[in-house]
Write a protein that binds this ligand. Structure first.
Ligand code: PLP
Length: 407
């Protein structure tokens, strides 16, 4: 915590503030459910409550809905329906992919990943290190770009799996997947890709790449929480992660979350419509927000600005200002954003992603992520550009007074 600003966040965030008034810039953490998605789900939360494995009409109807949703997800990714396994979230998809491939190759004890993965990959890899696996964490440069030479050098005869995210949830930096695929597949190693932040922002065509496994999560693209998917290319050797009644072609047992899956199918359809001009509108709004903040507030900069980035994300450093304090005052003014990754919010450790990029900790502590969605409006950008500068000014003067008092 920077000088004095801790006092401001001690009261913590107020859950009783009106949520209807809030404007939302935390879409990489989760998104609102699209109204069309909600409508599509309702029948499966009410009348069509059957178990999709049951043969009677109510179960069979649920089974048809499941098939329809699988077709939609497969069509969006351009893969076969049989290659899609529904899961409960991307954390499960990532765990299932990594553990499942390792179990199918018991003789190999080496994993390659990156230093900037989501905790659902990083923490699992750390856990596996404690269980006899060697893990290489490939680094990034100051702009968040992956060190491809280090990736090439990391691969050995012992490598069982490479797990690399397609785009980073904190900075939005997109990794060059074609180059990664070339390097990894030239060595014949299975490649798992966490594509959670890509879906419905950047087109994914699995018929044009040799990625073996790919994770996604419904709640990142306007479907509900509690539903995800794992693409497993035909012929990939992997063991099931959840063993039981044999659902999902024996890959992932457990009765499917039918309503959630139906919602994800509908969300994918809507996402396809948003790709193109919808995404470009979001990019324009993000660029306006970024340029507005950088010009109005001194000592600010964008992490990964020179890299290819997701069109909806910007992670901005406010030098000398505590990110949590900015967030708190923004929240009081009805603006929701995030400091670094939502999953690590609350921990005062600087973000592991910014650390890996070599960002000094005073800057990393003062970083705020704004992540937009198709629902973000011009007026909302105007509101941030009007209200944020006085907030930062107030915090800066608070710090200066405190420092002067300490002298
Ligand atoms: N991978 C990335 C890149 C993410 O951003 C997230 C969530 O923030 C996850 C995995 C985990 O997703 P879920 O919340 O569905 O478990």
């Amino acid at each position: 915590m920077l000088a004095g600003q801790g006092a401001l966040t001690e009261g913590a965030f107020n859950p009783s503030l009106d949520v209807m008034d809030a404007i939302y810039f935390d879409n990489n953490a989760t998104t609102r459910i699209a109204p069309e998605v909600f409508d599509a789900m309702v029948p499966y939360l009410t009348d069509v409550y059957g178990n999709p494995s049951s043969v009677h009409r109510i179960g069979a109807r649920a089974g048809v809905a499941l098939k329809d949703a699988r077709e939609k997800v497969a069509a969006h990714l351009n893969c076969r329906e049989a290659e899609i396994t529904f899961t409960s979230c991307a954390t499960e998809s990532n765990n299932a992919a990594i553990r499942g491939v390792l179990q199918a190759a018991p003789g190999k004890r080496h994993i390659v990943t990156t230093a900037v993965e989501h905790p659902s990959v990083l923490e699992l890899c750390k856990h596996l290190e404690g269980n006899g696996y060697d893990v290489t964490y490939v680094g990034v440069d100051g702009e968040g770009r992956l060190n491809l030479d280090a990736l090439r050098e990391a691969l050995t005869q012992e490598t069982a799996l490479v797990s690399i995210m397609w785009s980073n949830n904190e900075t939005g930096v997109i990794f060059p997947m074609d180059d990664i695929v070339d390097i990894v597949k030239n060595c014949g190693v299975p490649l798992h890709v966490d594509a959670v932040q890509m879906v419905a922002k950047i087109p994914i065509d699995l018929s044009k790449t040799a990625i073996d496994l790919l994770s996604l999560s419904g709640h990142k693209f306007h479907a509900p929480k509690g539903v995800g998917a794992l693409f497993v290319r035909r012929g990939t050797r992997m063991r099931p992660f959840i063993i039981g009644g044999g659902q999902e072609k024996n890959r992932r047992s457990g009765t499917e979350n039918v309503a959630g899956i139906v919602g994800m199918g509908r969300a994918v359809e809507l996402g396809v419509r948003y790709l193109g001009s919808g995404v470009e509108t979001t990019r324009r709004l993000r660029d306006r927000l970024e340029a507005g903040i950088l010009s109005a507030i001194p000592n600010t900069n964008v992490n990964g600005a020179l890299s290819e980035r997701l069109p909806n994300t910007t992670l901005i450093n406010f030098d000398g200002i505590e990110g949590e304090a900015i967030l708190l005052l923004m929240d009081e003014e009805g603006m929701c954003a995030s400091s670094g990754s939502a999953c690590t919010t609350g921990a005062l450790e600087p973000s592991h992603v910014l650390k890996a990029m070599g960002v000094p900790s005073n800057l990393a502590h003062g970083s705020i992520r704004f992540s937009l969605s198709r629902y973000t409006t011009e007026d909302e950008i105007n509101t941030v550009l009007e209200k944020l500068p006085p907030i930062v000014e107030r915090l800066a003067s608070f710090t200066n007074h405190k420092r002067a008092g300490e002298r």
